[in-house]
Design a protein around this ligand. Sequence first.
Ligand code: XLF
Length: 327
Amino acid sequence: MASIRDIAKSTGLSISTISRYINSSGYVSKDSAELIQKVIDEMDYVPNRNAQAIFNKKSGSIGLVIPSLVNPFFSEMATIIGNKIQDDGYGCVLCFTEDIPEKEEDALDLLKGYRVDGIIVARGRSVDKIQKLSIPVISFESIIADEIITVSADNYQGGRMAFEHLYEEGSRKMIHIKGPKGFIAPEERCKGFLDASADKDVAVEVLELSTDYLLEEDLDKALNQVDFRMYDGLFVFNDINCIHVISYLRRQGLSIPGDLQVIGFDNSYLSEMNLPRLTTIEQSPQEIAQVSYHCLKDLMDGTCRSTANRIIPVKLIKRDTTGSTHG
Ligand code: XLF
């Protein structure tokens, strides 16, 4: 593998000139720069990131902490953010928590150990640890502290929209399958749903799941507690669970939306692929990724002007699990 020394030898320039060029850390004449680049291309030289990290006192990498890639919302978000990180010449260190607090703490320690230049942490729960990281950090969904920017969809409004859509399409006996306690987004979605139902004086039921990652048979057990024939409208807190619930309902002989109108949350790619195609509340992974990454870059560059939380608007995506054939 070619080294800086080989490039210096081949160009006849000094190691410090080559180093200045590679690290963009000082003046190099146009002629020398062209010559160095030509030799770099010929030798297929790739800079040693570890050496650069020591020299620049920056690791050149960014950490991304998410629950897992199983949920398509997080895989889309990770793909978009990961691409942005890579396009900017950083390395992306991807860590998984599976929503287990100890795993999250280990991931944060690992990233700290790697001296990453910034971290985006999704659905983080290690409030103390995140606060004490002393690394620029952006939190997706979780509220950590005043000085830490949270990027989140407008979950409360999304919950309201879900109720209002089911109501407008004729549902009057509704149930909400709520995400686990301790996560702010499902709580807010549920609150919005309940507040909107109270405004219309319609009573709604809530079934709370114990985790976001129930195996199909455990989810079926939770769903067995409910007689879905009593209801004509259902809001599930995220698309992946919603699609499992639809499969359960169809196995019970219920038709969607004929017997029960169903709406999810996320607008992940699965919602378009499901049959019937899923009506859902969109939280755009593109926008969330864009805002999260830009805020992080501003923090890293020291150009961030406000630590106010960034709330991303949500949107109703009407497809085939609600509407015309209902009732
Ligand atoms: O934390 C919430 C619940 O699930 C997150 O935004 C998601 O909607 C992703 O599917």
